[in-house]
Design a protein around this ligand. Structure first.
Ligand code: PEP
Ligand code: MN
Length: 264
């Protein structure tokens, strides 16, 4: 079902009038983690003013170690939903377990499946039973075929609203957190009709590379970007402050992309 042979035309996911896929470029921005209602309100205002369409933020965080901040949980979903409503933005947040799919789907417009859960098949099957759009991140060691097979689980269950996300893979390089695989963008679009979103924040792990790799992703044909941005990245509650843009960087990035997109 994910294959271009099966469906030649691009899938376009329409969420409350925001179209994702085809010639549209969607911008998702916000902090790694939801921290407070004030933070989400402030960041949503910046995303909206800059021209973004979707507010990101994790209420449930898949942390590498068990003693790190795990997210604020269900309360965070409400904080994010409220900020999205107030500022006219869609919202995206991560879901890690099948049990939480329904409650998170009540609060968010898009469900994010993190890199560590790309092959959590019980979770994928559960996502197939609803129709809320899903952003499926590529596992950091997954091949294109494995990513497409993971998407297939959701599609086969009956949910056609799947976006693929390249968020960097593990390579021998240690300077960057991951290696953003730009080639994945055109390859996935050739193999599949599903929209492909690029995450240059996790893909590089370094703020100073996010702007360039965002532009490179758009040039490579990405259908959208998901970018971390924080008002005080050095004091963010996850380690991802180092890859989060400052608000003025986020705003100028979107201005540059607006100029770039029509040239492509
Ligand atoms: C995130 O988006 O903050 C995140 C945890 O992403 P990933 O699953 O790609 O590491
Ligand atoms: Mn993050």
């Amino acid at each position: 079902l994910a294959s271009r042979d099966f469906q030649p035309n691009d899938t376009i996911i329409d969420i409350k009038g925001v179209k994702i896929g085809g010639d549209n470029l969607v911008i998702m921005g916000g902090p790694c983690a939801v921290e407070s209602a004030e933070q989400m309100d402030e960041i949503a205002a910046i995303v909206k003013a800059a021209g973004g369409q979707v507010l990101r933020g994790g209420a449930f965080k898949p942390r590498t170690g068990p003693y790190s901040f795990q997210g604020v949980g269900v309360e965070g979903l409400e904080m994010m939903a409220e900020a999205g409503r107030k500022h006219g933005l869609l919202t995206i947040t991560e879901v890690m377990t099948p049990e939480y799919v329904d409650v998170i789907a009540e609060h968010a417009d898009i469900l994010q499946i993190g890199t560590r859960n790309m092959q959590n098949f019980d979770l994928l099957r559960k996502l197939g039973e609803i129709d809320t759009p899903v952003l499926l991140k590529r596992g950091f060691s997954a091949t294109y075929d494995e990513l497409l097979n993971a998407a297939e689980y959701i599609l086969a269950g009956g949910n056609p609203n799947v976006m693929l996300c390249e968020r960097g893979i593990r390579t021998f390089e240690t300077y960057t957190r991951n290696t953003l695989d730009l080639t994945a963008i055109p390859v996935l679009q050739q193999l599949s009709h599903l929209p492909v979103i690029s995450d240059p924040s996790h893909g590089t792990g370094r703020r100073e590379l996010v702007e360039t790799m965002s532009k490179a992703s758009v040039a490579a044909g990405a259908n959208g970007l998901i970018v971390e941005m924080h008002t005080d990245p050095d004091n963010s509650m996850t380690g991802d402050g180092v890859q989060s843009l400052f608000p003025d960087q986020f705003t100028s990035l979107l201005q540059d992309i607006e100029k770039l997109a029509p040239l492509l």
